[in-house]
Design a protein around this ligand. Sequence first.
Ligand SMILES: [Fe+2]
Ligand SMILES: [Fe+2]
Length: 297
Amino acid sequence: MNVTEFAEQVVFGTTLEDKLWVPGRLTHEPNRQSAPYLDSISTPGRPAGLQMRHGKGGNLQPPSDDKLENEQARGQLLHFLANHELLATELMALVLLKFPEAPHAFRQGVLVTLQEEQAHTRMYIQRMKECGVEFGSYPVNGQFWRMIEPMQSPMDFVSRLSLTFEQANLDYSLHFASVFRKLGDTRTADVLQQIYEDEIGHVQHGLHWFRQWKNQEQSDWEAYQNSLEYPMSPQRALGPRGAFNRDGRVQAGLTDEFIDVRRPYGGLIRARKSNWLARLQRAMSRYWINWEKISNW
Ligand SMILES: [Fe+2]
Ligand SMILES: [Fe+2]
């Protein structure tokens, strides 16, 4: 099997076996062109029960931390997180299909990351099963897909996925690892800890390529802001309030400027803005604007 055939199976397959299949050694086909059908794929193939839902009921929120004593609620949270890992798997496959001309080393890195996303999905599925929940028994949304699928370049991909949603996962995975450890559920905590450690590498990989492709006259932070278009925004790179994980970001190689300017309600934002501006920022968080420029008025 070659890389394209494998990536097509992951994106368009309609069973979990297709999507989570461990490929082994894949061949690379030279001079492949990106197929025109890849210009817009509204949804990847999904098994019954896991089709992405939009609108009412499609964005079922996971249980809050204080509900996680209950096994069923734990399973529901793991279901929510597993869908994100499955989306990451599908999006990694999509970037392989969309940009065959991207550097070989980048594509190799994506291929390795894709297989870690598959493993994360399997780990969550296994653990939710032990909690009595089957994958597909709750509605799943496709927000990541809708926001990342329109990417126009590999640079766009690393900005949207690696530096935004995977960066947010540094907060989510470590936060939930700590919640489960406090509850005495070390098995789930270990799963989340493993995922957290892998996600540091995923952000690192994206950052490495982002630095190759960005405007070299701009700082990482400036280039990142310039690379995102609505509805993407740097706010989406943050996990739950109070779970900001500076250490993971440092390990991933992000600069102090990149890290501290987006500390929620803190860092440079708090230092530089009056209260009314901070309130305005929260209200406008859906419509990202350049706070650095505003602060320099
Ligand atoms: Fe992951
Ligand atoms: Fe990841």
